[in-house]
Design a protein around this ligand. Structure first.
Ligand code: KG4
Ligand code: ZN
Length: 471
């Protein structure tokens, strides 16, 4: 069964979200100018995401405006209304966002039950789950926004990175709507969306800024120069931190229905973080890359040596057993986050060398909803004289708002595809980018550790944009 787990009430404005923040240390206390003042740039280029589907003709701004006039909406600035669709992994999400940052609706359907049953995302099953709910999720997002498809200015959809089978469900839905209602379409990079959603929350967040993106499949440190322009300072050489949280949670017999991270965070609060002496990864490598595979092995061995039986769920564990598990959880979390702290500390120095005007560290992605992570990284950032920007938890985990907003950011720069044909066959071959780096690698940041897997990688978002700008 697929359950709807999150429905944020409609008409949440950027202003309200800022005001209602639940974690005071995560948002900039000194910033008080909350009224949206958008740097609306007239579209100057068109058609960067040129191969979302069938060959696309250049889509000029004049043709966009005339097509939108027919639909009764204007195509630029604050009047933009964009539907965002996200299906890259195990959440089916859709949202409608205005160009001024107002969130009109947000719907997320989670596959947590499937995750709990199979211990991870099984692509074929995840695809089926997305297919079952995608129409309903999009419909609800439109209804909550009190809008119909014809009121939209564009559709934004995640095209990568992620699981091809899953990405396809979202792209197919987006293209169906865009084709039927003559709407431009923006192909979105999932990790860029995690980073840029911070700009929706915090209008003072100007480029350049540093971002740590931590999720189930990615650990990225990037220097963001502009929309679509990123330098990758570090990445993981094996697993991401979210994967380590999920595996540890599973081995400790935690309830995986909310995904492993939140369950582990909760249990860790009961434990002593200094009981198990895990080694901090990659101490000898003076770069900004990450590794969590070794820590996972250390955790597994610690669990085995303490005879924790994960066949017994934590809810049925004896007091002693529960406290052993809590100590392991807390010790794991301390070291997993220490690794983030050390890398961020170095990345801030690198970023300031490259761009002395950097003032912010954005921390986003599912793991950024963890309070311990936020508190510890806030300390690092403060010591370096920077400020932390962390979106609220429901915008850190996968959501449609970040996709819609990133669509808006690119759309304003003229980066979009023309409406697909209304009668596009269901079995069309779409341009999906399952392995898609975000930015160009910083040469000094190359890992001294074993080489990163590069097979079947798409050229990075930044290199595609730079190539199109030179045309
Ligand atoms: O960004 P996200 O929703 O999906 C991906 O793009 O992967 O991140 C999901 C990851 C999962 O590994 C989940 O366990 C982790 O984020 N996560 C957390 C917390 N909430 C979600 N990890 C630690 N603490 C949390 N509170
Ligand atoms: Zn994500």
């Amino acid at each position: 069964m697929v359950a709807f787990v999150l429905n944020v009430s409609p008409k949440i404005s950027r202003f309200n979200l800022f005001r209602k923040r639940s974690l005071p240390h995560t948002v900039l206390p000194s910033l008080t100018h909350l009224r949206p003042q958008h740097r609306i740039q007239q579209p100057t280029r068109s058609h960067v995401f040129s191969s979302l589907g069938s060959p696309a003709a250049r889509f000029s701004i004049s043709s966009l405006n005339s097509s939108k006039t027919q639909n009764g909406t204007s195509g630029t600035g604050e009047d933009l209304v964009v539907l965002g669709i996200e299906t890259s992994c195990d959440d089916t999400a859709a949202a409608v966002v205005r160009g001024n940052g107002e969130i009109l609706s947000q719907v997320v359907s989670s596959q947590a039950d499937l995750l709990a049953r199979y211990g991870g995302v099984a692509p074929k099953m995840a695809e089926e789950a997305h297919s079952q709910v995608i129409d309903q999720v999009v419909q609800q997002a439109l209804e909550k926004a009190n809008l119909a498809e014809m009121d939209l200015s564009a559709v934004a959809v995640t095209i990568g990175p992620g699981l091809s089978l899953c990405l396809r469900v979202g792209v197919q839905k987006a293209r169906k709507i865009a084709g039927k209602f003559n709407l431009p379409i923006v192909g979105v990079h999932h990790m860029e969306a995690h980073a840029l959603v911070a700009r929706l929350m915090e209008e003072e967040l100007r480029f350049p800024f540093l971002a740590l993106l931590i999720s189930g499949g990615h650990n990225l440190l990037i220097l963001a120069h502009d929309v679509g322009q990123y330098v990758q300072l570090g990445t993981t050489i094996d697993d991401a931190i979210g994967e380590a949280y999920d595996k540890t949670a599973r081995w400790l017999g935690l309830d995986m229905r909310r995904s492993g991270g939140p369950a582990l965070e909760e249990l860790a609060q009961e434990g002593d973080a200094h009981t198990v002496k895990f080694k901090v990864p990659m101490k000898q490598h003076k770069d900004c890359n990450f590794s969590y595979a070794g820590l996972k092995t250390q955790v597994r061995l610690a669990i085995e040596s303490r005879n924790v039986n994960n066949g017994i769920p934590i809810s049925s564990a004896s007091c002693t057993d529960r406290s052993t598990r809590a100590d392991i959880a807390a010790s794991f979390q301390r070291v997993a986050v220490l690794h983030l702290e050390e890398r961020c500390d170095r990345a801030i120095e690198w970023a300031l060398n490259l761009e002395p005007s950097v003032k912010f560290l954005v921390v986003s992605g599912g793991v950024a909803s963890n309070k311990y992570v936020r508190t510890r990284l806030d300390e690092v950032v403060k010591k370096k004289g920077l400020q932390l920007v962390c979106p609220p938890p429901n915008l850190c985990t996968d959501n449609g708002v970040m996709v819609a907003w990133t669509g808006i950011e690119h759309f304003r720069l003229g980066r979009f595809d023309p409406p697909p044909p209304p009668d596009e066959p269901e079995d069309s071959v779409f341009d999906l980018r399952p392995r898609w780096p975000l930015g160009e690698e910083y040469s000094e940041g190359r890992s001294e550790a074993r080489s990163l897997r590069r097979a079947r990688m798409h050229p990075s978002l930044t290199s595609i944009i730079q190539a199109s700008m030179q045309q």
